[in-house]
Design a protein around this ligand. Sequence first.
Ligand code: NAP
Length: 532
Amino acid sequence: MAFESSTLPITDFQIGDGAQRNSTLICVPIMAESVEEMLVKMRKAKELGGDLVEIRVDFLKNFIPKQDLDILIKQAPLPTLVTFRPRWEGGRYDGDESKRQEALRLAMELGANYIDIELKVAHDFFSSLPRDRPENVKIIVSSHNYESTPSVEELGDLVARIQATGADIVKIATTALDIIDNARLFQVLVHSQVPMIGLVMGERGLMSRILAAKFGGFLTFGTLEEGVISAPGQPTVKELLDLYNMRHIGPDTKVHGVIGNPIDHSKSPHLYNAAFKSTGFNGIYLPLLVDNVSNFITTYSSPDFAGYSYTIPHKEAGLKCCDEVDPIAESIGAISCMIRRPTDGKLFGYNIDYLGAIAAIEEGLRATSGATPASGSPLAGQIFVVIGAGGAGKAIAYGGYEKGARVVVANRTYDKAKELASKVGGQAITLSELNEFHPEEGMILVNTTSVGMKPKIDETPVSKEALKHYSLVFDAVCTPKLTRLLREAQESGATIVYGAEMFINQAFVQFEMFTGLPAPKRLIRDVLARNT
Ligand code: NAP
């Protein structure tokens, strides 16, 4: 099933900077055992930028409906949604059903803006309402599936059943077993004739909570604090507003992300979302927890799903999903970036990891020689020794070869060094030969092994004695920043280039591929410095 987006009307709201925002509200679930604590949390929800609060009265200890609801609704600093979730729908209340519904009717009388009633009892609840029920309160009829996400047809039937109860707003929350499950709910959301909340719970459902703003969801939930959630997978209000720029997302927003597994610690969403915002590019960048790359790519086939970064373990699988692959990625057998061509939707794969390292090394060489980019690559004709023949080693060796360097590969497993060297027209040596290797002075050395990486910071792949023959040393290891190899290279008089420069430089390249705009380099450096 291929998911296609469609254009949605959005209400004209102004954001602080004068731009228009989408109409999707940020609702902050308020869970506490006392009314006082709830009031404190509601004030915090307002400070953080939430639009309304969901008062989860099933969390209150010793709930006295009339007294507590009166205080909570009247003193709330934001519009209120009152929810009294029973255990049989995933909540905490396990008392008498008639008392529960009575409390919800009371909330309506006391001026709640919204109340939530579960589909299973919605008919009973609506028939219990007086004819002259308060007009201003909207009734959300909800259905929660904590096991899976049904088919589009089943979801469509569910929407119809909820609508038939007389609901003002339809709410469907399902569970993602795979990231492709979100697409089914998006499809229902964009076609819904009534206001709808459509969210997919769980780690693999995160995109539904952010893209609710693209597909016209009535609201999405944002928590006050990380981990203090009312349903699995909820982001914080701060993340929705500051990390994902949710107010700026609209029907035309282009979706990007980093495809990996695991993916929750990726810094890339911080970097690209900040860069998109600063340049006014209408895009969003998500962490995409993908189990099967091919299923993901065929499901999200709309032109709006515009580009991805690839990380462990999906770089090889990503390559197989491309319509065309650049020759270096083809030789390496892995991609790090995929772009959808807007004109025909074709997917192009690139391996740009090496571009970042090569650009950083060239910059280092030019800084010492005073040469300009106009005079060609300073790597041309140089001896370029690459330690390691894994993913990073292959990419950087190809990069050096492409720039006209004379590549030498040194690797623990010599056969792999020989295989790589033969592909880049170079020479293979063993790690022990490396210590004696100095056919000429002023060579360039690149470490692409994990030797020297935290916690084994006392290790180094080559003796200090050998380093005096090199004019520049680059270490792909990022932690620590100054590895033993770089420290000893510096002491031996070589120019050093940090591993972080590889990541930063490939981010510049990738940003330009995603947007067609020049990368905001200063901002990208600042964001990375703040998030590492
Ligand atoms: P990989 O594919 O697993 O390759 C690892 C390489 O390191 C292989 O050549 C392996 O040799 C060698 N190696 C591992 N342990 C060794 C040891 N104890 N002694 C000698 N050689 C050893 O990994 P990768 O993806 O290329 O990543 C390698 C390093 O680059 C990691 O530290 C990673 O963090 C870093 N990296 C940095 C960036 C960046 O942006 N700065 C980007 C990508 C990678 P064998 O062939 O003998 O196993």
